[in-house]
Design a protein around this ligand. Structure first.
Ligand code: IPE
Ligand code: IPE
Ligand code: MG
Length: 235
């Protein structure tokens, strides 16, 4: 089965900065450049979706300065990349609690999503994103539509099934990730794509995100291509 959707937990920016005796924010800036490079490798490799974990619902716990710096970096990324995304047919999409972001950033995101609609490659950025939060919001959406009454649970033609549930997630319309990469040696999901990762393959590397290079990208892809994805069935 091919690699249509790659997701990345871009971790290790802070440790990279420390290693280079730089402020944490310099690590995040280097991480943004790494994202830029990875996006192009994905396009060249024929991948259709790249989802990146940029800011979790838990990352609000960080210092005010770091949070503000990350938000500024995002706003800068959006402005700086607009032309390049349009030129290269890259659609931009955000998943997560966008209402937590500043009204200005929300507007910039909505504008870029609108301008890049219909691209044949999609960059999905998880922002103020938590898998549990996304699932709870999906359930609330179904409930608001009156679709979560006891008459809808269980069997029957009008029941809420997995497809109906998934269509209420932020990732509606996006196929599940085939491969999830996490950098910096941490072996956990940290609340990323909990629903969508049901049958994802995983690739963990000790490389810090700003150091993630083409050789490491190729290693991850090669590892994925050797996996036997049985999806619960028999090959
Ligand atoms: C990942 O790098 C980026 C974000 C979470 C925003 P970290 O900032 O978590 O880097 P480490 O884990 O401290 O090295
Ligand atoms: C996960 O990294 C979130 C992002 C990469 C944006 P964290 O650094 O926040 O995760 P933990 O705290 O190590 O689990
Ligand atoms: Mg981290």
């Amino acid at each position: 089965m091919g690699l249509q959707h790659l997701a990345v937990i871009m971790d290790g920016n802070g440790r990279w900065a420390k290693k280079h005796h730089l402020p944490r924010l310099a690590g995040h800036r280097a991480g943004a450049e790494s994202l830029d490079r990875t996006m192009h490798w994905c396009k060249e490799a024929g991948i259709s979706y790249l989802t990146v974990y940029a800011f979790s619902t838990e990352n609000w716990k960080r210092s005010k300065g770091e949070v503000a710096g990350l938000m500024k970096l995002l706003s800068h990324f959006i402005k700086a990349k607009e032309k390049e995304l349009i030129k290269n047919g890259i659609a931009f999409r955000v998943i997560g609690r966008r209402e937590d972001l500043s009204p200005k950033l929300q507007k910039e995101i909505a504008a870029l999503e609108e301008k890049t609609k219909g691209g044949d490659f999609t960059l999905v950025v998880a922002l103020s994103y938590g898998g549990r939060d996304e699932i709870v919001r999906a359930a609330a959406k179904l409930a608001a539509k009156g679709l979560l009454g006891s008459n809808r649970v269980g069997l029957g033609s009008d029941r809420v099934d997995e497809e109906a549930f998934a269509s209420c997630l932020d990732t509606a319309g996006i196929p599940d990730p085939d491969l999830i990469i996490r950098t910096s040696g941490e072996l956990r999901l940290s609340n990323f794509l909990l629903w969508q990762a049901a049958y994802a393959e995983f690739y963990f590397t000790d490389v810090l995100w700003p150091d993630f290079d083409k050789a490491e990208f190729d290693k991850a892809i090669a590892s994925f291509s050797k996996r036997e994805r049985r999806m619960g069935g028999r090959l």
